[in-house]
Structures are given as C-alpha cells and as structure tokens.
Ligand binder design. Structure first.
Ligand SMILES: NC(=O)c1ccc[n+]([C@@H]2O[C@H](COP(=O)([O-])OP(=O)(O)OC[C@H]3O[C@@H](n4cnc5c(N)ncnc54)[C@H](O)[C@@H]3O)[C@@H](O)[C@H]2O)c1
Length: 303
C-alpha cells in the first residue's frame, strides 16, 4: 500500500493501538500528526517514526474532547504538511463501574474523550477535507462492548455504540464529497485489555518475554497485538478502499470481520395498532427471535 502524499492524524497515538496505527500509516508513506494526551509518548512516537525513515511525523499533544484541541490538530496537519486526508479517532480511556455506582464524573470523562473527542475531531477534519475537495478518509474506533454491551461499561459501551451510530450518519452525509467513513472494532493486547483475567497470563508472557500469543487467542478469540490491527487502518486510508463506507469492521489477531448494523429481525402488524393485551398475546412469536446481548465469554481451552 502506498500512502505517500497523504496526510493523516491519529488521536491517542502515543501507545497501544494508536501508536501501531501511526507507525503503520507512516511506514506506508503517509505524513502523520501524532496526538496524545500524554505529550512525552506522542513525541516519542513521532521521533521513532522519523528515525525509521517512513513518512514524516510530528507530535501535537493535547487531550481530545474540546473543539479547540480538534481544530489545533487539523491546523497542525495543514501548517506542517499542507493538507489532511485521513483522520483516525482512536484516543480512549476506561472508567468501569456498575451503573449503580458510576458517578457523573466517570460517565462524563469517558463520553468526553470517546464520543465528544470523535465528534469534534471528525467535524474539524471533514470541514478541512470538504475545503480541499479531494475526498478523504474518516476512521473512527468502536468496540465489541459498544456493539453488544458489557458489564461494568455503561459509559464506554454508550460512547462506543454512539460512535458507530455517528459513522452510519456521517457515511451518508459525506458521500457526495467522496469522504468515506468507517468504524474499526479492534481487539488487541494493550494496557486497556491486559487486565482481562482470562488473557492476562498470556499478555504478560508476550509483553515481558516475547512469548507468542497462543493459537486459541489469535485465531479463536481474534485477540492479537496492536500491530495486527494496523493493516485495516492502512487499507481504509488507502485508495484500495474506495467505496468502502458506513461499515463497522472487526480486526484482531488472525481475524477480520464485518459487523452487521442493527436491523428488525421480526415484525408483525395489528389492525388499528397494538394494545398491551395484543402484544402479550402476540409476544411468543417475537420471544423466539429475542436477541442475545454481551460479548461472548472467552473459550479458554482446557489446561
Ligand atoms: N485494546 C482493545 O482490545 C480495544 C478493543 C476495543 C476498542 N479499543 C479502542 O481502541 C482505542 C485504543 O485503545 P488501546 O487499547 O490502544 O488503549 P491504550 O490505553 O493502550 O491507549 C489509549 C491512548 O489514548 C490516550 N488518550 C487517553 N485520553 C486521551 C485524550 N483525551 N486525548 C488524547 N489521547 C488520549 C492515552 O494516553 C493512550 O496513549 C480506544 O478507543 C479503545 O477504546 C481497544
């Protein structure tokens, strides 16, 4: 894939998946603006990219969420490299808690970074892309927790589901400007997932000793390294993904997956409308199609 001449910005690019996306985009030839709330890690990644000799990179630290930060990132791409072609809204945090214990601050913190941060960065980027009138690529980041729900993640699953909701809407709004909009649904061993109990020993062995992640994780669970997820971002940033828009695409370990969008699974009609009694009577036909929720638990192999 050749992304030379293209300019990308990656939020939360200082570590984990964001770092892998920034490095892979640069390795394919794109110039990259590396953002992170942690200024040191953003600078370190930009320096590493420059040293590796791929596309050039600069760090533009800042906590995404507010409009001013989003506009600063886009401005930096334009002043540094003259344009912006690709935006990857990857920055994220967790503040897990059961709903009855979750504070307003925990809810707002997660929604601000993920949902508002995605909205403000994409809005600023799309404004610039429309001015350039040469298309563009929006790559947002969802999560299996947003697609299916996850215990302890009211704030996170709400924000991630909403991001995919925005992606559907934006793909329609941006189509005539030739700007594609997709969501990546990644699964990877990062600081964010290192504490999942079933995965922890394997992630620790991989991180501390380089022990490869086992087959049941890579192929079975679709759980691999951050670098495993980066190919999808490069593909979506490239000309090869022309016409791919409005999709939620899963990536992790050895697995690539296309997610469905919500759709009616059964519908029935009642002359004059449905009373509560009529619904109770008709419900068995719907109950047979009731939808499961939650991320399926890992199928840990017998030891
Ligand atoms: N790791 C997974 O399996 C997984 C699964 C689904 C979704 N995701 C999503 O992928 C993205 C990256 O996750 P990760 O696992 O690499 O996490 P991570 O914690 O390793 O990295 C997140 C990065 O975002 C930065 N960040 C946090 N708040 C920020 C802000 N306001 N502005 C700018 N930077 C900020 C952090 O400093 C950090 O460098 C997140 O959106 C996450 O929700 C990850």
């Amino acid at each position: 894939m050749d992304l030379s001449g293209r300019v990308a910005m990656v939020t939360g690019g200082g570590r984990g998946l964001g770092r892998a996306y920034a490095q892979a985009l640069a390795a394919a030839g794109a110039a990259v603006v590396v953002n992170d709330a942690d200024a040191d890690s953003a600078r370190e990644v930009a320096e590493k990219i420059s040293a590796a000799g791929g596309g050039p990179a600069v760090a533009e630290p800042g906590a995404v969420g507010p409009t001013e930060v989003a506009e600063r990132l886009v401005d930096r791409a334009v002043t540094e490299y003259g344009r912006l072609d690709v935006v990857v809204t990857n920055a994220g945090i967790l503040r897990d808690r059961m709903v009855w214990r979750m504070s307003d601050e925990e809810f707002d913190a997660v929604v601000d970074v993920h949902l508002r941060g995605t909205f403000t960065c994409v809005r600023a980027a799309v404004r610039r892309m429309r001015e350039q009138a040469s298309g563009g690529r929006v790559i947002a980041v969802g999560s299996p927790a947003g697609q299916r729900g996850n215990v302890g993640q009211t704030n996170y699953s709400a924000a991630k589901a909403a991001i995919v909701g925005m992606v559907r809407t934006w793909s329609m709004e941006c189509a005539r400007d030739d700007i594609t909009v997709n969501a990546v649904i990644p699964v990877a061993a990062t600081a964010m997932t290192a504490t999942i109990p079933a995965f922890e020993p394997y992630v620790t062995a991989w991180r501390d000793h380089g022990t490869p992640l086992p087959e049941w994780l890579r192929a079975g669970e679709g759980f691999g390294t951050a670098e495993d997820a980066a190919g999808l971002v490069v593909f979506l940033a490239s000309a090869q993904s022309d016409g791919v828009t409005g999709q939620a695409i899963g990536i992790g370990g050895d697995k690539l997956a296309l997610w469905s969008h919500p759709t009616e699974v059964v519908a029935a009609y009642c002359d004059g409308g449905w009373s509560a009694d009529a619904i109770a009577e008709g419900w068995p036909a719907f109950a047979a199609q009731a939808q499961a929720v939650g991320i399926p638990p890992p199928r840990v192999p017998p030891s």
